[in-house]
Write a protein that binds this ligand. Structure first.
Ligand code: GDP
Length: 332
């Protein structure tokens, strides 16, 4: 076994992934497959591979893009991706789509999306992992993101649907979180209700070509809504921009905002602090889910869990007393 402690087969994977040669794309895809595997031995290998890759990560800018189905996410990401590649950048597109595990079908769709971008050598597109809870799906995507960074992709886009809690999960793994909105008033109210506005670093009104006046109105409403909230950073007021992904208008402005954000937050150390916080939060979320598994598998807990749950459901004991009794099992 080499000095890194990796099996020869995984060492080859790491070497190919880091080498940026013709074998890189395949090595990256295989690494992500290993990451997404639920087999315990694969998980162990994946963690060793990731640890070896870790010193090579962190160089990319990580951007989250969220929007309801039909907002134009894939059209936008394709237009942005091709624009970035034309500027000499390499781009990876990942996704967090918990709907795929709940309903068996995926809201974000499959390979037929972003066909032009798929054909570009400098683009790597990977659909959402389809197994597990939202937390599990998000964890796999985070790890896939690290693998893409080690492979030297300059920009990582993490796409998600504007339903449920997936936005919060994605905002917790990226440097800049962008909301893609349709130019109608009902939309922003939805986002405000769900508490999503607070985590937006930028709002993008797409499809401005259809009705530019309505888009202007939506933009003003969004600016007002954002103005009333505490900004995500003291050094950054989230901008609201309009664009047409279909006509590829506004893409350069979008990127200019990303660069301004980078320039505003990097020198103050905020950028690094956010990543550090995200890593520690991530560790805690893994600890929490590990503890939950440990708890549920504990023999003494298993022996009394059903009885106590029923007692709580029937009002014979309080949730507090039951939780206390179950947790006490762990102390023995
Ligand atoms: P997603 O579900 O968020 O990924 O949305 P899609 O990218 O699949 O777009 C949904 C529909 O909106 C498609 O028919 C797109 O062609 C259309 N679309 C996307 N962006 C624009 C835009 O800027 N202007 C117009 N007119 N249509 C757009």
């Amino acid at each position: 076994m080499p000095a890194t402690g990796l099996h020869a087969i995984d060492q080859k994977l790491v070497d190919d992934l880091l080498a940026r040669g013709s074998a890189q794309r395949r090595a990256l895809a295989k690494t992500i497959t290993l990451i997404e595997s639920v087999r315990a031995d694969h998980q162990q290998r994946a963690q060793q591979v990731l640890n070896t890759l870790l010193p090579h990560t962190g160089q990319a800018i990580r951007i989250g893009i969220s929007g309801v189905p039909g907002a134009g996410k894939s059209t936008f990401i394709e237009a942005l991706g091709i624009w970035l590649i034309d500027q000499g950048k390499r781009l990876a597109v990942l996704a967090v789509d918990p709907s795929s595990s709940v309903s068996g079908g995926s809201i974000l769709g499959d390979k037929t999306r972003m066909e032009l971008l798929c054909q570009r050598e400098a683009a790597f597109i990977r659909p959402s992992p389809s197994a597990g809870s939202l937390g599990g799906v998000a964890d796999k995507t985070r790890e896939a993101m690290l693998a893409c960074e080690a492979a030297g992709y300059d920009v990582i886009i993490v796409e998600t649907v504007g339903v449920g809690q997936s936005e919060t999960a994605v905002a917790g793994m990226v440097d800049m979180f962008c909301l893609l909105q349709l130019p109608n008033a009902g939309d922003d109210l939805q986002a405000i209700k769900k508490g999503i506005v607070e985590i937006a670093d930028m709002v993008v009104i797409n499809k401005a070509d259809i009705d530019p006046k309505a888009a202007q109105v939506a933009r003003a409403q969004w600016k007002n809504a954002l103005h009333m909230l505490r900004p995500t950073s003291p050094n950054w007021s989230p901008p609201v921009i309009m664009l047409s992904a279909l006509h590829k208008e506004g893409i350069a402005e979008f990127w200019a905002q990303v660069e301004q954000y980078d320039a505003a937050l990097k020198p103050t150390g905020e950028f690094a602090a956010r990543r550090q916080r995200q890593s520690v939060d991530w560790m805690w979320s893994l600890i929490n889910s590990g503890l939950q598994q440990f708890f549920q598998r504990h023999p003494r807990v298993r022996a009394s869990l059903v009885t106590l749950s029923t007692a709580v459901a029937e009002g014979r004991t309080t949730p507090g007393a039951a939780a206390h009794e179950l947790l006490a099992n762990l102390q023995h």
